[in-house]
Design a protein around this ligand. Structure first.
Ligand code: ADP
Ligand code: 5GP
Length: 211
């Protein structure tokens, strides 16, 4: 029988406020047990309602630099004055266990992951318009206007790198967007280059008929 191949590593990036966090939460809820979302470490302060170990591992700058020194991160980057990074152990364990692992990280980190693991699927989430992005960031109400301005400036920079991604996902209606992300990842399992073992097994079995 053709076996399900090992877990797919997917990177989801997108401008701050495009809805990545909201999409991930819904995807994990709808397809419980299927996806493993990596929890990053960061030096930024927790937002109201964020819990250490759930949204992020909130760390001091010294603690974060210690993780870098110990090579405990798959990648890390600086974003609007803070460090963000992906702990290595969890990603490796979950992929090995056959789970589809998702990293919700910004573009510099995405490119580093792609370099290290070339078969990573890169998805880029955008809102339907730039205006809507600003509305969502302001509407979320978690940052000061200064930080919002910095994040919008950063978005303009990130937009320059969008061609590096495999698929663009527009987050207009949340449910539609979540389904799209799910289908893009599941579609990857069918890619011929990810099924080389199954193909050679099938060939061997077919050959045995003509012996
Ligand atoms: P990100 O993680 O990309 O920074 P969030 O998930 O925090 O973005 O979403 C930013 C804001 O936009 C939040 O207030 C969220 O409720 C809202 N939002 C997310 N998706 C949609 C959508 N499809 N339509 C309208 N608002 C949305
Ligand atoms: P936020 O402060 O809004 O939670 O995240 C800011 C940005 O950092 C987002 O674009 C988010 O995707 C990114 N980010 C979160 N975790 C990581 C990480 O581990 N590595 C990198 N490179 N970026 C991250």
């Amino acid at each position: 029988m053709i076996q399900k191949n090992k877990g797919i590593l997917t990177v989801v990036s997108g401008f701050s406020g495009s809805g990545k966090g909201t999409i991930m939460k819904e995807l994990l809820k709808r397809y419980e047990g299927q996806y493993a979302l990596s929890v990053s470490a960061t030096t930024r302060n927790p937002r109201e309602g964020e819990v250490d170990g759930r949204e992020y591992f909130f760390r001091t700058r010294e603690e974060f630099e210690q993780m870098i020194a110990e090579d405990a991160l798959v990648e890390y980057a600086r974003y609007v004055g803070n460090y963000y990074g992906t702990p290595r152990a969890y990603v490796e364990e979950q992929l090995e266990a056959g789970k589809d692992v998702i990293l919700e990280i910004e573009i510099q980190g995405a490119l580093k992951v792609k370099e290290k693991f070339p078969d990573t699927l890169l998805l880029f989430v955008t809102p339907p318009s730039a205006e809507e992005l600003k509305n969502r960031l302001v509407g979320r109400g978690t940052e000061t206007m200064d930080v919002i301005e910095s994040r919008l400036a950063r978005a303009a920079g990130e937009a320059e790198g969008m061609e590096a991604y495999d698929y663009l996902v527009v987050n207009d209606v949340l449910e539609t967007c979540v389904e799209e992300v799910h289908h893009l990842i599941q579609g990857e399992h069918r890619r011929v280059s990810r099924n080389i073992e199954a193909i050679s097994e099938m060939r061997e079995e077919l050959k045995s008929f003509s012996k």
